[in-house]
Write a protein that binds this ligand. Structure first.
Ligand code: ZN
Length: 278
């Protein structure tokens, strides 16, 4: 096995639930657009694609058929071995069964928020019943959770759930910084999360807002991985709309300048303990 300790996993979050075509023309909405953008970003070094789906009107949906369509579109890029991560986030479905309906497709990974917090105008609702249901579905379909940490209590709850056997270890965390209503995108918030992560975990950051580059760079320096994409930042710089490719390319170049190497999807699978792609 090659030395993986210096490798950085770049995750692409191309769409999310919030960005609309009115906000930015660069957000991919349809399954075809999402797959095409993922492929272009894979060529730039992204190893994981974090998938949100939209209905025909562009509204967030967890619909299993739309998710299946995205997977089929990704399959068309036969040379692309990107890791596929679906979202069970609370903005796209009401009940937990609705939110977890695509897990039966056995994607490599899925987001799992291990607690409730607030979005700017809505509750990020994840009560114990919801979390346990989604975690059990992930176990059933061999899907590795990415623990989405909107507030630090979610770290300790993930550790507790792992101790109870509801989530497999080693855990993988995504520290989400800068969602209005949850923990801020500050160095202090990042360090507090970092210092409280369990020893044997893997982790990355998803930094939203103007300090995205600064906080992502600190995560890289600490040995973390980084998520980029229009889901997290519609702006590349003040007044300049982002493209997914430009966001990935910039973070790749920062990582390379710091002496890091970019993990291929195969290497990211080893780092995350995923089964090799068939
Ligand atoms: Zn997401």
């Amino acid at each position: 096995m090659s030395d993986l300790s210096n490798k950085v996993i770049l995750t692409l979050a191309p769409t999310g639930n919030v960005p609309t075509r009115q906000l930015t023309p660069h957000v991919p909405i349809t399954p075809q657009e999402i797959a095409a953008d993922a492929y272009a970003c894979w060529k730039e070094g992204a190893a994981v694609v974090h998938i949100h789906t939209r209905d025909n009107e562009g509204n967030p949906t967890s619909d299993v058929d739309v998710n299946r369509e995205v997977m089929a579109e990704l399959d068309k890029y036969a040379d692309c071995d990107m890791i596929r991560q679906v979202s069970t986030g609370g903005r796209a479905g009401k009940s937990f069964t609705e939110r977890g309906q695509m897990l039966c497709l056995s994607p490599d990974m899925s987001s799992l928020a291990t607690g409730s917090s607030n979005f700017p105008a809505k509750c990020n609702f994840n009560d114990p019943e919801t979390i346990s249901y989604l975690a059990a579905e992930m176990l059933k379909y061999n899907v590795k959770p990415e623990i989405e940490v909107f507030d630090t209590a979610m770290i300790w709850n993930a550790i507790r759930l792992a101790e109870k056997g509801e989530i497999k270890t080693p855990l993988h965390f995504n520290l989400v910084l800068g969602v209005a209503g949850s923990q801020p995108a500050t160095v202090e918030a990042l360090m507090y999360c970092y210092q409280n992560l369990p020893k044997d975990c893997t982790w990355g950051v998803s930094a939203i807002g103007k300090d995205h580059v600064k906080l992502s760079s600190i995560a890289l320096a600490l040995g973390g991985h980084v998520r980029v994409g229009i889901e997290d930042n519609i702006y590349f710089a003040k007044g300049v709309l982002a493209t997914n490719v430009a966001l990935v390319r910039r973070m790749k170049n920062i990582a390379l300048a710091m002496g890091k190497e970019i993990a291929t999807p195969a290497e990211a699978r080893q780092i995350l303990g995923l089964t090799p792609k068939k």
